[in-house]
Write a protein that binds this ligand. Structure first.
Ligand code: PDD
Length: 281
């Protein structure tokens, strides 16, 4: 069955969808995106995703083609048309199509595309078994707080992980972990959860914010600060968070095996709590 996708105001089958070769997303990665998870046919934390989309747009002086309220209406319509029960909705806004020139075009209309992906988010093998990560240099640009479609560095990091027989990569800059290739990274040592503080160096994860709220509610100890790979190797457990993983335990970091190769207790507790909370809303 062909999916229905959204392209600039139209709902069309995926083989009918068209975007210009002059689109600046294609030519310059001049665009931003969001990924919202879907559980029981509902978008999770969508208001926060739309608020971050607006912030990313403002940071790049990119006009959204319509209000975030109208974008949400289109998201819900797309969800309904595809009847997705569990998975993700991907949304991308670019500065639009114009003759190739580096500066902002004066009359281009921003492009907005969206599609859904069915995925088992709750019953995922990675969540049950945990994932292995490798460390790679963080070669991304300096504004990782803006969720741009400029994702070649994460693509190379993830591919390096696959070639090394791992599932993902943790990015390291000046000796400290910034984040995962497409998720936020955490270690746990002596009951303290450690994750990098918010700055331009990392994406301000929507799942991170929700999980840190749970950490507080549960009275768990938290340190928001940079940590080294050595600390990661010596940690009791580790995990990552994102809209498409929720909380995934990490059981191996480079050659260091975490929590005897099994998902850690705190990681699994936070995963369970996150899913319970998401299903409530
Ligand atoms: N990635 N850090 C990076 C670099 C990311 O790309 C993501 C999300 C996150 C987690 O953010 P959130 O909790 O808001 O999903 C952190 C999405 C899922 C992706 O690119 O597919």
């Amino acid at each position: 069955m062909s999916r229905i996708v959204y392209v600039n105001g139209d709902f069309v089958t995926e083989d009918e969808a068209k975007i210009s070769v002059f689109d600046r997303g294609f030519l310059f990665a001049d665009g931003i995106y969001e990924v919202s998870s879907i559980l029981e046919g509902r978008l999770i934390d969508n208001a926060a995703h739309l608020a971050r989309l607006k912030r990313s747009a403002d940071e790049l002086k990119l006009d959204l083609p319509m209000s975030t309220d109208d974008i949400e209406k289109a998201m819900l319509e797309l969800l309904e048309k595809n009847g997705v029960h569990e998975g993700a909705l991907y949304l991308q806004v670019t500065r639009g199509a114009a003759d190739r020139d580096f500066g902002f075009p004066v009359d281009a209309k921003p492009s907005l595309v969206m599609f859904t992906q069915e995925k088992n988010l709750i019953n995922s093998p990675a969540a049950e078994k945990g994932i292995a990560v490798i460390s790679v240099d963080d070669i991304r640009w300096g504004r990782r707080d803006i969720k741009t479609v400029q994702l070649l560095a994460p693509v190379l990091a993830k591919q390096a992980a696959v070639e090394a027989g791992a599932n993902d990569a943790w990015l390291v800059e000046e000796g400290f972990v910034t984040e995962g290739s497409s998720n936020n990274a955490y270690i746990v040592k002596d009951g303290v959860i450690i994750t990098r503080h918010l700055s331009n160096s990392i994406l301000h994860g929507i799942t991170r914010a929700a999980v840190l709220k749970l950490v507080e509610q549960e009275g768990l100890k938290l340190e928001e600060r940079p940590f080294t790979m050595q600390e990661a190797y010596e940690a009791d457990e580790a995990f990552v968070t994102s809209a498409t993983t929720f909380v995934w335990p990490v059981v191996k970091i480079d050659d260091a095996v975490m929590s005897n190769g099994a998902p850690g207790e705190i990681s699994m507790k936070l995963r369970k709590l996150y899913i319970e909370e998401a299903l409530k809303r």
